[in-house]
Design a protein around this ligand. Structure first.
Ligand SMILES: C[S@@+](CC[C@H](N)C(=O)[O-])C[C@H]1O[C@@H](n2cnc3c(N)ncnc32)[C@H](O)[C@@H]1O
Length: 213
């Protein structure tokens, strides 16, 4: 459904998109969480909100070549995927509270029972769980896991890629099994267990360096 937030894509030069899918196994799919208590009231919504800054922002603006799918699997209205699109996103800030408010307002703008719906500039809500979301993707899948292939040794074609990342508790065994069955390649960022948003930063950094080099 299109509405007044229908995107206008200005940058026709982007050929390869980076997509990050963050699986929030408890993150609330409704706006009923408190900005002062994102973790406890939002099912660790704080983790997902920090991913907004890490995935979408650079020091002087928005990463236009990036999509961030926040998979919200907690509470009423779940499952729901919020897709942030760097080509059209607005109102994203380095400030965690401001981004939490943007996510909350996007969730509040959704019409109950609606199918795919643009709920804010550059943010689309889709009633999709992980299998449905992955089924619609064409690009190669990578799952971030400590026991995977070293990211630095993993070849990447200069084309769109999707990276799937767990929340504070990581991906569930059935989610890992699904990803394996779909041929997802596990890539590791080293032996240290990192926060979700830091894992995104390291992937961006590796890809930034490769394309510059
Ligand atoms: C806080 S960690 C999850 C920790 C959880 N106890 C586990 O064992 O998966 C969040 C996510 O970041 C990614 N991650 C963290 N450290 C990583 C590493 N060293 N290599 C690859 N991915 C990592 C994984 O996708 C993980 O699910």
């Amino acid at each position: 459904m299109m509405n007044s937030f229908t995107p206008i894509v200005h940058d026709d030069n982007i050929r390869a998109m980076r997509r990050f899918v963050v699986v929030g196994n408890r993150a609330k799919a409704s706006p009923r969480f408190k900005l002062d208590s994102l973790g406890a009231s939002g099912g660790r919504m704080d983790v997902l909100v920090r991913c907004v800054r890490a995935a979408m922002l650079i020091a002087d603006g928005v990463r236009r070549d990036t999509l961030l799918d926040l998979l919200l699997l907690g509470g009423e209205n779940a499952p729901l995927t919020l897709r942030l699109d760097g080509r059209t996103a607005r109102f994203l800030r380095p400030d965690e509270r401001r981004n939490a408010l943007t996510i909350q307002q996007a969730l509040a703008a959704r019409h109950p029972g609606a199918d795919e719906e643009i709920v804010a500039p550059g943010i689309t809500a889709m009633p999709m769980d992980l299998p449905a979301l992955l089924a619609g993707l064409q690009e190669p899948l990578f799952v971030l896991a400590r026991d995977g292939v070293d990211l630095r040794r993993q070849p990447f074609a200069p084309r769109s890629s999707t990276f799937i990342i767990g929340d504070d508790r990581g991906l569930m065994p059935e989610q890992m099994n699904l990803l394996r069955s779909m041929g997802a390649i596990a890539v590791s960022l080293g032996p240290t267990e990192l926060h979700t948003e830091d894992a995104i930063t390291l992937v961006h950094n590796e890809l930034d360096r490769r394309w510059i080099e």
